[in-house]
Design a protein around this ligand. Structure first.
Ligand code: NAD
Length: 263
């Protein structure tokens, strides 16, 4: 059984991870951390007391419970420190929190090698989203004009989403860099054409009612192709999180993307 600590346990994703870890025969929940501690994790997710309490001190919780894996679904501004803390304690981080910069990922890669402790980051743990990214990469070889629209709930702190950035990064591996749209186009309202990644435009929608959704639209002569993925609820991410917890022990250094764990 892989021993797991959940960081950000009281959040929307954290609670879903608690339930997924408790339900899986191959994983053992040994600890939970959030800003405000004290409550029982079983009660928190409506399953009745299980004796595993939410704690506030990550360093102490890692030392006391000795997990093999720390799952992190916290906030973009704290995730880097959390991951460094876990690696220094020789605990493997499985990171779902988005917003890590390339520079921070590079530091995590080095720390992971220095402490000989594997680390795993996935901007999206839903299998359908991984397929959307892989199919988009495939389509971009033949239809290089592409724009990305990502749609999320209005409590999301970072924009564009990690999934949108990862999709654009994967597409730019197979697409010649180019500027899209009319060369003389002008924004009458700043931001109208969205963010730009290697010439691709990314548009972020934030509204109550959404969970996590993305459309990748390709345009060609007289035709368009749209690849769309919708996460209807947070359970959609759990098989990916559970898989990463089970497989991370066999990895080396930093691995980014759920696609790396699939055949
Ligand atoms: P949320 O606001 O509901 O939960 C975040 C939790 O982290 C809160 O309970 C908060 O108290 C806690 N927290 C904040 N700072 C902390 C700290 N220093 N130490 C411990 N706990 C801390 O947010 P959410 O909707 O659960 O999303 C969390 C993150 O996961 C976001 O970055 C979101 O974009 C990302 N996310 C990723 C995926 C994926 O598949 N990779 C899917 C959904 C959401």
């Amino acid at each position: 059984m892989v021993k797991v600590l959940v960081n950000g346990a009281c959040g929307r994703m954290g609670q879903a991870v608690l339930a997924a870890v408790l339900a899986d025969d191959g994983l053992e929940l040994v600890g939970a951390v959030d800003l405000k501690g004290g409550m029982d994790t079983g009660e928190l997710i409506g399953q009745g007391k299980n004796g595993i309490l939410v704690e506030e001190d990550l360093v102490a919780a890692l030392a006391n419970h000795k997990p093999e894996v720390m799952v992190d679904f916290t906030r973009p501004d704290v995730v880097f420190d959390n991951v460094c803390t876990a690696l220094k304690a020789k605990v493997s981080p499985v990171v779902g929190t988005t917003g890590l910069s390339e520079e921070q990922k590079e530091k995590i890669r080095k720390l992971s090698e220095e402490y000989n402790t594997p680390a795993f980051i996935a901007p999206n743990f839903a299998i359908g989203a991984v397929l959307m990214m892989l199919m988009s990469k495939q389509a971009a070889k033949y239809m290089p004009h592409v724009e990305i629209i990502e749609l999320h709930h209005d409590n999301k702190l970072d924009a564009p989403s990690g999934t949108a950035i990862q999709t654009a990064a994967m597409i730019s591996e197979v697409r010649e860099s180019m500027k899209q749209g009319h060369p003389d186009e002008k924004e009458k309202l700043a931001g109208a054409r969205g963010a730009e990644y290697d010439g691709m435009h990314i548009h972020s929608v934030r509204l109550p009612g959404y969970v996590a959704h993305q459309e990748v639209i390709f345009g060609g002569l007289g035709q368009t192709l749209t690849i769309r993925h919708d996460s209807m609820n947070r359970e959609s991410f759990m098989p990916g999180v559970v898989l990463a917890c089970k497989r991370i022990g066999g990895l080396k250094g930093l691995t980014v993307g759920l696609d790396k764990l699939l055949d």
